[in-house]
Write a protein that binds this ligand. Structure first.
Ligand SMILES: Cc1cc2nc3c(=O)[nH]c(=O)nc-3n(C[C@H](O)[C@H](O)[C@H](O)COP(=O)(O)OP(=O)(O)OC[C@H]3O[C@@H](n4cnc5c(N)ncnc54)[C@H](O)[C@@H]3O)c2cc1C
Length: 580
């Protein structure tokens, strides 16, 4: 596997142009996000990721996480790298000052994860899940819960998990069956006894952090059926004493680890709560409002998973580029020189490399645009908040689809060596494949776009976004046409289309919309580079943006037929007839 080189220049460009970090730094809250600090963070975490996390990517894949006598062990090196991560303060970038965080924009926390995840996606799920737990407690925890859990979660000394999924409750979270019974007397009076099994819990058990703070969805006695009867609980692996020291172990355990296609260093745990009837948790927020609380963390978690698309695409592209410049096969057909050349000289390999680069940069542009909207939303800008909410499913679904496509192209560029494991190209593709599945499958993201997001601001917000793009891209004909197509599909969906029609066209529409917004943001990058920003990218950026606008945007326009085709044909055959 080739070493990881942080794409610092492109990240800084996206942070400036697409997130608008300089404008964020003009506000009181983010005044310390000055250019020097931003550069120091992006360069610093890039070097840290390349030096500490990347060398563990291969061994993490080969050896993976192992369950030994109830304890999950990671290969050698993981513990030291995690401690270095905590000691250097990378976990605390965007967390609130009040709990020991650095109070910087979410945009910069995205950059920390982007670098760490490109270096080692499986390992980076550990800090990524902790961020979600921090957010849930920050927004919904009581002052006592915040004081007890947040400082150590923010520093990274403790880690966090989210526990939604159960065997019969996947996409349909409302079907979950875990229970929480109030404790009436004794030392845990006022708390709850949690019972149930959760599956697929990422980093549910390990020994890198001193305590693991599980956020668990469960039902109170007599709770309504479905998603209206779910409550959120904080359930520590070790009880925490009033002085903050660790008490005895809670009654929860990792029953087994899943054997998976990829991200082998990320322990995916079957967790059992309350085998002995003594698993104690505390209610977070209001009874039966757990799903809403969980959604607080899911919004940013979806951005962080979309980010994984950029991460794996970057790493796969670097790997493929190194191979394509090294591997010699045949003379270039269109050249009079018949000396064999490196495969990067062949037109089809060039096409694949440029596609990989353009798609990767497109997802990165979309990621930082989305992060910048979240930061503005946190400052009270309601329009930006809404725009961020619209972009989240686009980023999560298209970003992760790009991760799979680009890492697949990476294998293709390696030829047979891509299919054998020793180059490492296959690992990127295997690792990438989970991202379209977890944190709400991409089908569920697209459904969110054509239901909740389609109706935001009485349906105006989505149309306004596409109209802005059509106007600003007036001289980029393909992009402007795509933006008008997106607005027309949205109007059709808001009007005559049935719910089935909308859902039938949701995935093609989601891709169209994502490519449209990404193309718009890349167009802004190209303009900034033409005006002198990022001189290191002066040669490459105009080419990758042109490739995106001339080749990827027209492909997305071709999806319109599927977006407005309606549901009738999908149901022309009964399910039994599809079998035979
Ligand atoms: C490696 C890994 C790590 C994970 N980490 C966590 C974790 O930390 N915490 C946690 O709680 N969960 C976690 N998950 C669970 C993950 O979020 C679920 O797998 C995911 O939400 C899908 O649920 P499911 O697997 O039950 O699939 P299903 O819900 O059975 O879906 C199967 C297929 O049907 C489609 N589908 C289902 N319902 C609908 C519908 N209404 N409309 C349209 N299509 C639909 C889906 O899109 C999908 O294509 C993890 C899973 C994996 C594999």
């Amino acid at each position: 596997m080739t070493p990881f080189t942080p794409p610092t220049a492109d990240q800084l460009l996206a942070i400036r142009v697409n997130a608008g970090i300089d404008e964020l730094a003009t506000t009181e809250r983010f005044a310390h996000a000055e250019p020097d600090l931003v550069e120091a963070i992006v360069e610093g975490v890039g070097q840290f990721a390349a030096g500490e996390f990347a060398p563990l990517n291969r061994i993490g894949d080969l050896e993976g996480a192992k369950l030994e006598n109830g304890v999950v062990r990671l290969p050698e090196g993981f513990e030291a790298a995690y401690h270095a991560y905590v000691e250097q303060g990378w976990n605390a970038i965007a967390s609130p000052l009040a709990h020991g965080g650095q109070g910087l924009p979410f945009t910069l926390a995205c950059n920390v994860l982007e670098n760490l995840g490109a270096a080692n996606m499986a390992f980076t799920l550990l800090p990524m899940l902790s961020v979600g737990a921090i957010e849930a407690l920050e927004h919904h925890g009581s002052p006592a819960q915040q004081a007890m859990y947040l400082p150590k979660l923010v520093s990274g000394e403790w880690s966090g998990t989210m526990n939604l999924t159960e065997p019969a409750a996947g996409s349909d979270v409302g079907a979950l069956r875990s229970t929480a019974e109030p404790v009436e007397d004794g030392e845990h009076a006022g708390k709850y006894r949690i019972t149930g099994q959760k599956i697929y819990i990422t980093w549910g058990e390990h020994d890198l952090a001193k305590n693991i703070i599980h956020l668990v969805l469960a039902r109170l006695p007599g709770a309504p059926e479905g998603s209206r009867g779910i409550s959120l609980f904080v359930v520590p692996k070790y009880h925490v004493n009033a002085d903050g020291s660790l008490g005895p172990r809670n009654d929860l355990r990792c029953v087994s680890l899943e054997h998976k296609l990829g991200i082998n260093a990320s322990p995916t745990c079957v967790m059992s709560y309350g085998d002995n009837g003594e698993c104690i948790g505390e209610l977070v927020g209001q009874p039966n409002k757990g799903l809403a609380a969980m959604f607080t963390m899911m919004n940013n978690a979806r951005i962080n998973v979309g980010n994984q698309g950029a991460q794996i695409a970057e790493r796969a592209t670097q790997q493929a580029l190194a191979y394509a410049r090294d591997r010699v096969q045949s003379a270039r057909a269109g050249s009079p020189d018949k000396t064999p050349v490196a495969i990067i000289e062949h037109p089809d390999v060039r096409r694949m490399i440029l596609r990989m680069k353009a798609l990767t940069e497109g997802v990165r542009a979309l990621l930082y645009f989305c992060a910048g909207q979240v930061d503005r939303g946190n400052l009270g800008d309601e329009a930006a908040k809404t725009r961020g909410e619209i972009v989240v499913p686009l980023l999560k679904a298209w970003g992760t689809d790009v991760g799979v496509e680009v890492s697949g192209l990476g294998i293709q560029i390696h030829g047979g060596m891509g299919f054998v494991e020793e180059t490492g190209a296959a690992q990127h593709w295997r690792d990438s494949r989970i991202a379209p599945i977890y944190e709400g499958t991409n089908g569920i993201q697209a459904a969110d776009l054509v239901t909740r997001k389609l109706g935001l601001d009485g349906g105006e917000a989505l149309i306004a976004l596409f109209e802005t793009i059509a106007r600003e891209a007036a001289e980029e004909f393909a992009l402007a046409a795509l933006a008008r197509d997106c607005a027309n599909v949205a109007r059709w969906m808001q009007g005559e289309a049935s719910l089935d029609d909308r859902l039938a066209g949701s995935v093609p529409f989601c891709t169209m919309a994502a490519v449209c917004v990404a193309g718009w943001q890349l167009m802004k990058q190209a303009a900034a580079v033409a005006a002198g920003a990022a001189p290191e990218l002066a040669a490459s950026k105009p080419v990758t943006v042109r490739f995106f606008l001339d080749r990827i945007v027209p492909e997305a326009a071709g999806l319109k037929a599927g977006a407005v085709a309606g549901a009738d044909l999908l149901y022309a055959l009964p399910a039994e007839a599809l079998v035979g």
